[in-house]
Design a protein. Structure first.
Lengths: 98, 464
């Protein structure tokens, strides 16, 4: 139990460092798409929701799990969709001449 | 395939998903590669979901499929909202993310129930508390941004004491549960108190602080997902949560710096209340105003123009007219750039998205540190719907409530033009000395209509 906790803590700390270094370099132009994209990535909790729903251990866990799937999956679908819509709008001036 | 090998394959798919997630964020560093980032994220997420659906532990697919369909039906319209509505959509998605994390934590507790160790309980209660308060807090933030709830900070005496007592109560119940994980009746109490705390946390915060709050809630949503990864021993959740959490944290630090405020001040300061007393002496000062015709003549004769947009521009839906102005001036050979303050708009980067939507090329959108050294060589700074972020009192007047806040130095341009409805002070109620400078021309009127008039004057001016 404690060793899995330590494993996870290692992963968490290292991922936090990578996140910090990578996200620091994101252009301020793209801070809104950054937030919607990380939101979509965060919706990966849907995998945990799928497992707990599919194991069908009790009515309560299935219901809570199904709600979690719907909430997380809507973030995943909507998050990727809106991020791509926003990024498609960013154009350089030479590609668009009046 | 035996279950162990299958599980290893699934874990391997998760590892690939994690790599793709990190690449997705890396490619977001520049607009040129950013769309590859979205694709990488999509592939990673799809891979993880498909791998999970192959898990042998799943015995019943019916509800999974139903819930996925519901999620898609809810998610697609939320991905198609108008760009001005992106901040409230983002707050709502923080709420959904936190809801999912909290629900899974709750379900996990009841599934494990007779055999919940004290250590499990530490992880589960922390995860569920953060998930629950982020859920209701984000709903309140979304309500404020959608203007269903009042934008003004809602405060009362002893508020911080009440809020912190509620948080303390949630922590006490959690401690009790950690000592006695089998007291399952206490569990809903802990969830309920956390939900209440989320409401109390965000209700007092005003509309002007939303960029910080929305970033902070983003960070909490990420943290709850990472904690869920600890509970379930699932590394893909730990990584995705850590990435989301650090992103939200970095953005909230940037927003706080851009307003020269601390976290505690944003969360417990209830900005917007104290400013009434500031600038009490009101001597009569004169402003110079100008018509659209005069403004067009000055802009048309300029070599360099910097447009400073604020949220007022978006409220007036003036960004498309601003694009027409940009086109008209560019055609005359005027160098037009945009100076964008980090807190312009209702969430980090919002103004860039609104201008990009209006087809303004992103290489003309300059952040504060890039544009500030250019103002002394700028002929005209045109301020549209921005106020506090251009207030020179932030640099000079130690008594000003916004003293120390980094601003766009528009007052250093040769001529300043400000499009504004009236002389009434802005959101924070602070008087702006910029408007009384000799070089400043006030253009009174609705932003959209006024910019439209300038464009018409430029077109009809007979000048080729």
């Amino acid at each position: 139990m404690t060793s899995t906790f330590l494993d996870n803590l290692y992963v968490f700390v290292l991922a936090g460092f990578i996140g910090f270094e990578v996200i620091r370099r994101v252009s301020p132009l793209l801070h809104t798409p950054l937030m919607s994209l990380t939101n979509a990535l965060d919706a990966i909790v849907v995998v945990a929701a799928i497992l707990i729903t599919g194991r069908h251990e009790s009515t309560l866990s299935t219901v809570l799990g199904a709600v979690a799937i719907a909430a997380a999956f809507s973030n995943m679908v909507g998050g990727f969709l809106i991020t791509d819509r926003m990024l498609r709008m960013f154009k350089l001036s030479r590609t668009k001449k009046p | 395939m035996n279950p162990l090998a299958a599980q290893q394959l699934i874990d391997f798919a998760y590892l690939i998903a994690v790599v793709l997630f990190i690449l997705a964020l890396k490619w977001l560093s520049s607009p040129a590669s950013a769309r590859h980032g979205v694709l990488a994220g999509e592939i990673g997420a799809a891979l993880a979901v498909v791998a999970t659906l192959c898990n042998y532990e799943i015995i019943e697919y019916k509800w999974i499929v139903v819930a996925l369909v519901v999620g898609a039906i809810v998610g697609i319209p939320l991905g198609m909202v108008h760009m001005t509505a992106v901040p409230q959509r983002t707050a709502l998605s923080h709420a959904f993310g936190a809801l999912a994390a909290a629900m899974i934590g709750i379900a996990e507790y009841y599934v494990r129930l007779p055999h919940v160790t004290k250590f499990d309980m530490v992880e589960i209660s922390l995860e569920v508390i953060i998930g629950s308060l982020t859920f209701t807090g984000s709903l309140i933030a979304a309500g404020k941004l959608q203007e269903i709830l009042p934008q003004r900070p809602i405060t009362y005496k002893g508020q911080n004491f009440v809020s912190l007592s509620v948080l303390a109560a949630a922590v006490l119940v959690a401690l009790w549960l950690i000592v006695h994980p089998e007291y399952s009746r206490l569990f809903p109490v802990m969830v309920g108190i956390s939900l209440v705390f989320g409401v109390l946390l965000v209700t007092p915060i005003g509309g002007a602080d939303m960029p910080t709050v929305i970033s902070l809630l983003n960070s909490y949503a990420g943290l709850s997902a990472a904690l869920l990864g600890f509970v379930l021993n699932n590394k893909v959740l730990v990584v995705a949560g850590a990435l989301d959490g650090s992103s939200g944290f970095i953005l909230s630090v940037i927003m706080c710096k851009a307003m020269n405020r601390s976290f505690t001040n944003v969360m417990f300061g209830a900005f917007g209340q104290v400013q009434v007393s500031a600038g009490a002496e009101k001597e009569e000062r004169t402003v110079r105003s100008a018509s659209a015709e005069e403004a067009a003549a000055i802009l048309g004769a300029a070599n360099t123009v910097v447009i400073v947009p604020g949220y007022g521009m978006a409220v007036a839906q003036a960004q498309h007219k601003v694009r027409e102005l940009y086109d008209a001036l560019s055609k005359r050979g005027v160098d037009v750039k945009f100076g964008i303050h980090p807190v312009a708009g209702r969430m980090p980067g919002h103004m860039n998205v609104l201008l990009a939507e209006a087809d303004i090329p992103y290489d003309k959108l300059m952040d504060m540190d890039t544009i500030n050294p250019e103002f002394p060589q700028t002929d005209v700074a045109l301020v549209i719907g921005a106020n506090d972020v251009t207030n020179p009192a932030a640099r000079t007047d130690q008594g000003s409530p916004i003293y120390g806040m980094p601003i766009l130095d528009v007052d250093k341009a040769r001529t300043v033009m400000v499009i504004k409805r009236s002389m009434s002070p802005g959101f924070a109620g602070i008087d702006n000395p910029l408007y009384y400078l000799d070089k400043t021309l006030m253009l009174f009127g609705d932003a959209k209509a006024f910019v439209g008039d300038i464009v018409r004057e430029l077109a009809g001016g007979g000048h080729a």
